[in-house]
Design a protein around this ligand. Structure first.
Ligand code: UN1
Length: 505
């Protein structure tokens, strides 16, 4: 009988309290990739309990000592990049170069976190009083709850966990239910590295498992990357409890601005990458292209040509550009937004939502296939299709007339603020965009995807709550202490405050 994969709690593989299991499915073929134990709130309770217990010992160690475990993980990620890239592709359907890049990004995050352990931490700060030494020091916060998405099933878990662990926190992780196999491998790596029992714990499962982590009083920090809907619920629940903190990274309705000064080769290249890589299923994918009227017709012709031809197919093949969507429910959602756009009266330019039978690779009939959907819409019309995140290859061309201020006004006309790009050869336009586009991640003459881990990753407005991921996750997983030491026998106060004790008589 095939093995049922388990949870990882207190350094052991365990079946836990649940009796249900669930399957991982290859989105390109529909084939089952394995069976996994489905977690319950009782399993989370166990995991949080041991993580809480392990915390005191773990935080006592030096950062460098803690980072040694992560170097082992780093080497395993490097040694197994090819193999793991293929597993990522099989389980989440991203084409193979993206599967590999996911593993490479994970390695970079672990390298950053482990390397940072030998770098200076905190700050030495001046004092008004010569005899005082002042510092900003960091402390871990305790058990960190991590809830991660399926679209970067190796990289994003390490965004959350690598820095959290180096800083002295322990972890309880609920991976996405669509990619439990990748999660199993991440857990095996921590096990291979010999991370002490209780320091790292994983409970496989669905939303109720994640909710149990969020609700647990022993979890002061919750890290979440995923949909705006879930992220806002978490931020609201956690925000209502003093002492608890949530760092939430959510989606966007991202845009590329193409001005009248754009190099159109760069514009078309950037737009295709931004809109169709990962089949539009990155939080940073672009669903709006804001194009100046002077270059609109040429851009439109070239972009439509690319969207009509972009290679959809078996993600394991090097000559595929777009793999399938993650699951049948998501195909239904992407199709509903196509129908909605048509109902809202947009001009459809490309509709490959239902691919022709000969476009679907042999043996892949059960995959969740979809091609680009491209349309023209009025930037001033109040349309749901140009305002709501679809998370698919669903792209609006929005033509504008006027100056860069007008383009940025359209860019900002959204509740979201994650990623965006401008394509222009005019540095004044680029700088105006840089200073006024309401975004956490902004690019000039590039696609709006592909951020590197040594930058903060996060959004503004509905896309984030101010605690970025990647490098800057340190702000979420540590508390800062302003620490001041007096080197004198006298007490002297800042601000000219008198230190005299005045008595009567
Ligand atoms: C996501 O959008 O879901 O910037 C994460 C990028 C990747 C991470 C994307 N480094 O495209």
């Amino acid at each position: 009988m095939a093995q049922t994969y388990q949870h990882y709690i207190d350094g052991e593989w365990v079946t836990g309290h649940g009796t249900e299991t669930f399957e991982s499915e290859n989105p390109a073929t529909g084939e089952s990739l394995g069976e996994f134990q489905q977690g319950t709130p009782a399993d989370v309770n166990d995991a949080v309990g041991v993580a809480d217990e392990a915390y005191e010992e773990w935080r006592k160690r030096s950062r460098i000592d803690r980072a040694e475990y992560l170097w082992d993980v780093y080497h395993e990620l490097r040694d197994r990049t090819e193999e793991l890239g293929e597993i990522v592709t099989k389980e989440c359907g991203k084409e193979i170069s993206e599967g590999r890049a996911d593993v490479v990004e994970a390695a970079h995050m672990v390298e950053w976190a482990a390397g940072d352990a030998r770098h200076p931490s905190g700050e030495t700060v001046p004092s008004e009083i010569a005899a005082k030494d002042a510092y900003m020091r960091r402390k871990p916060r305790g058990v960190t709850g991590c809830i991660t998405p399926w679209n970067f099933p190796i990289a994003i878990p390490y965004w959350h966990m690598a820095v959290a662990l180096v800083e002295g926190n322990t972890v309880v992780w609920k991976p996405a239910e669509q990619t439990p196999w990748c999660a199993q491998i991440v857990a095996e790596m921590f096990d291979d590295a010999g991370v002490p029992p209780g320091v790292f714990n994983m409970v496989q499962g669905f939303g109720d498992t994640g909710a149990a982590i969020v609700d647990d009083d022993r979890v002061p920090t919750v890290l979440f990357t995923g949909s705006a809907e879930v992220g806002h619920r978490i931020a609201d629940a956690v925000g209502a409890e003093s002492g608890k903190r949530a760092a939430c990274e959510m989606g966007g309705k991202n845009a590329v601005v193409i001005t009248e000064e754009a190099d159109l080769d760069i514009a078309v290249h950037s737009a295709v990458m931004s809109s169709f890589k990962t089949t539009g299923q990155r939080c940073v994918s672009s669903e709006r292209l804001i194009v100046h009227t002077d270059v609109y017709d040429e851009f439109k012709e070239r972009f439509v040509d690319a969207a009509s031809k972009v290679a959809v197919g078996d993600p394991l093949q090097e000559d595929t550009f777009m793999g399938p969507l993650i699951e049948a429910e998501h195909k239904a959602k992407v199709t509903e937004y196509r129908d909605l756009a048509r109902e809202e009266g947009v001009d459809v330019l490309v509709d490959r939502t239902e691919l022709d039978a000969d476009e679907i690779p042999d043996g892949h009939e059960d995959g969740h296939w979809v091609g680009p959907f491209v349309y023209e819409a009025d930037p001033d019309a109040d349309l749901r299709c140009t305002q709501e995140e679809v998370f698919g290859p669903h792209v609006a061309l929005l033509e504008y007339d006027g100056d860069i201020e007008r383009a940025v006004e359209i860019q900002n006309d959204t509740d979201y603020g994650l990623a965006g790009a401008i394509v222009s050869e005019d540095y004044r336009q680029i700088n105006y965009y840089r200073d006024h586009a309401e975004l956490g991640l902004a690019y000039g003459n590039l696609p709006c995807i592909g951020a590197e881990v040594q930058l903060p990753f996060g959004g503004v407005k509905k896309s984030g709550n101010g605690y970025p991921s990647a490098r800057e996750i340190i702000e979420a997983v540590t508390d800062r202490t302003a620490w001041t030491l007096n080197n004198s026998k006298e007490i002297q106060m800042a601000q000219g405050l008198s230190a005299d004790i005045i008595t009567d008589g």
